[in-house]
Ligand binder design. Structure first.
Ligand SMILES: Cc1cc2nc3c(=O)[nH]c(=O)nc-3n(C[C@H](O)[C@H](O)[C@H](O)COP(=O)(O)O)c2cc1C
Length: 171
């Protein structure tokens, strides 16, 4: 699939078929995340893959959005340490940016493989960390179910127009 088709086809899915995605697809998706650029190539993001049904149930419970979703066969949880990236000239830590780039690589690669995802940012971090035994210094920045969608969606949800968001020369 052409890159622009992938970008148009990627949507947030909240209903998944129970069938497990092929191992090679999962490996290619993780490879796409591995190749993402990061601050000074620090590569601070780690990925936890959860496939055991009991563990997936525990994750959904920790997220607290079970009623909105139909369970997926795989869960990918992205974490990064707060010192896993750089600090910019304004003194701001950049780990969130590194994380976003890596996780979006993963999400777009999944779309390329015909698989569904939904970036989840609303969850109880302490509970997720407890369930997955994540060391204290890491932050859970994003999670996504992974699987085949029950019903494919159309391309791209409504978005602001280019005129509203693009500024030439000055704001
Ligand atoms: C950082 C981030 C956090 C999100 N968190 C949630 C979430 O907690 N629950 C949810 O159902 N969707 C979540 N979404 C999905 C957005 O609602 C969705 O991307 C947006 O409505 C656009 O729809 P689309 O992804 O189908 O194009 C999140 C998306 C992003 C990028």
């Amino acid at each position: 699939m052409d890159f622009y088709d992938v970008v148009k086809k990627r949507r947030s899915y909240r209903a998944y078929k129970p069938e497990m995605p092929e191992k090679e697809k999962l490996e290619r998706i993780l490879e796409a995340a591995r190749l993402a650029p990061t601050w000074a190539n620090l590569q601070g993001v780690h990925y936890i893959i959860v496939q055991k049904p009991d563990n997936i149930k525990a994750i959904w419970k920790a997220i607290g959005q079970e009623t909105k979703f139909i369970e997926a066969p795989v869960f990918i949880i992205g974490i990064i340490s707060t010192d896993g990236s750089g600090i910019n000239k304004s003194g701001e830590k950049y780990y969130g940016v590194d994380f976003g780039i890596c996780f979006e690589h993963l999400i777009l690669a999944a779309a390329t493989e015909g698989l569904a995802t939904c970036w989840i940012g609303w969850f109880n971090e302490n509970e997720v960390k407890n369930v997955l035994k994540i060391p204290k210094k890491y932050k859970v920045m994003g999670l996504t179910p992974l699987g085949y969608p029950i019903k494919p969606k159309g391309e791209v949800k409504e978005r602001k127009s280019i005129d509203e968001i693009v500024h030439y020369e000055q704001f």
